[in-house]
Design a protein around this ligand. Structure first.
Ligand SMILES: C[S@@+](CC[C@H](N)C(=O)[O-])C[C@H]1O[C@@H](n2cnc3c(N)ncnc32)[C@H](O)[C@@H]1O
Length: 396
């Protein structure tokens, strides 16, 4: 059998399989390279803490733990936490708590921006932290020329000492400085990447109930301003037409769209084909792929929405099923004038706290599942109108 104008079906299936195999193989290679550079895989939390305490000494480790607790509670920002880390080993042990996430993110960046980069292309990394990813990518593509930036000065000089080579330079600079600094033609990069390069605020501004993609919503403004300097710096350092790829935590479409808005404003066009959403365990991530553009090319909300739904087709969806932000907003409008009864249960599924509620309101029976990882679902079914039922019964 041969599809219209294409390869035979079997050949297509085999090449799709090969593609998947090669992604798995790349994940292994990136993981090995990260491990060679010092990232620790599979160690229990306690062992990582013990190793960190040994490297930092008990007093500084205690300060680090206190800063971590303050960060998790929203009492301190990420900058205060990173300031407790001074050297590559400390930073790499810190990253090792989420080693598989780091490996998955580094693999996605490698596959979408570095694997096929032109020989000797210039690569810029923003928010390089320990430099462990820069080192791993350089092991896999040693011909590329890497320049990695981070504003945390002690860490970046330690990274330079540990991983610096003829083709790997580390430099301390904040995104806001980079966004203003003149860049010579010879310096501009064909590839600009970042992995979790934004320090997101812990306390999230409210969503708009008017529209998920409302650019006036407090959440949109907050997320856009968090991302603004990163994308301005990226654009400044990119050649015309450069590829720019960023891994970000954006479990909800509203936040993701705000990040894209910041990127568009900085002079990037959205590459919907390369962009993707991916999961590591039950944690969702966004790989935002961009192309440095000469004119402003904004993606329409409809384009972004169809991208957002593309990689996560709802399982067993039927008319009346809503997912993620849509589920939240539909539920909000449903209970706004709720008349009916509801039943709530709370459950804990793995790490995600889940709230379930079923009930009836405004002529619908509904089932709501809200999970703290953003995997929300709402199923609406019309209740059979009682008038009709009694009419049928009476008319028999
Ligand atoms: C969450 S860490 C991610 C580190 C590493 N890329 C990873 O994936 O493990 C964010 C990094 O971005 C850097 N960073 C955040 N905002 C920055 C800014 N405005 N200028 C320069 N670096 C910044 C921080 O110093 C930190 O090293």
């Amino acid at each position: 059998m041969k599809p219209k104008g294409g390869k035979p079906v079997r050949a297509q299936a085999t090449s799709a399989l090969r593609l998947r195999e090669s992604a798995a193989r790349t994940f292994e290679r990136v993981t090995d390279a990260l491990a060679d550079a010092g990232l620790v895989f599979g160690a229990p939390e306690a062992a990582l803490d013990e190793a960190a305490a040994a490297v930092m000494g008990p007093r500084r480790f205690a300060r680090h733990q206190a800063a971590l607790a303050a960060y998790v509670d929203g009492r301190a920002d990420a900058r205060a936490l990173y300031a407790t880390l001074r050297d590559v080993r400390e930073a790499v042990l810190f990253q090792s708590h989420d080693a598989v996430v780091a490996a998955a993110a580094a693999t996605h960046v490698f596959l979408s921006a570095l694997q096929d980069a032109a020989p000797k292309a210039r690569v810029v990394e923003l928010g390089a932290f320990s430099g462990v990813m820069t080192a791993a990518w350089a092991e896999l593509r040693p011909d590329l020329r890497y320049r990695a930036f981070d504003r945390h000065r002690p860490l970046i000089s330690a990274a330079a000492e540990m991983y610096g080579r003829r083709n790997i330079a580390f430099e301390a600079a904040s995104y806001s400085v980079l966004a203003r600094r003149p860049v010579s033609r010879a310096e501009a990069a064909a590839v600009v990447v970042s992995v979790f390069g934004i320090n997101s605020d812990f306390v999230e501004a409210p969503y708009s109930l008017r529209s998920l993609l409302d650019v006036e919503a407090p959440l949109h403004k907050q997320a856009k301003s968090e991302a603004r300097d990163l994308f301005r710096a990226a654009r400044r350092l990119a050649t015309e037409g450069a590829v720019s790829v960023h891994v970000l935590r954006a479990p909800r479409i509203a936040r993701a769209f705000a990040y894209l808005d910041a990127a568009t404003e900085a002079g990037f066009a959205f590459d919907a084909d390369t962009s993707k959403r991916f999961m590591v365990g039950d944690q969702p991530f966004l790989l935002l792929a961009l192309r440095a553009a000469s004119a402003k090319e904004a993606a329409s909300p409809a384009t972004f929405r169809s991208f957002w739904l593309r990689d996560a087709p709802p399982p067993d969806a039927e008319p009346g099923d809503f997912f993620d932000d849509d589920a939240v907003l539909m539920y909000e409008s449903l209970i706004d004038r709720r008349a009916g009864r509801s039943r709530s249960t709370k459950a804990r599924a793995r790490t995600a706290a889940t709230r379930r509620e079923s009930g009836s309101a405004r002529g619908f029976r509904y089932e709501l599942v809200l999970a703290s990882d953003g995997a929300h679902a709402l199923r609406l079914r019309p209740t059979i109108p009682s008038v009709r039922r009694s009419f049928r019964l009476g008319g028999a």
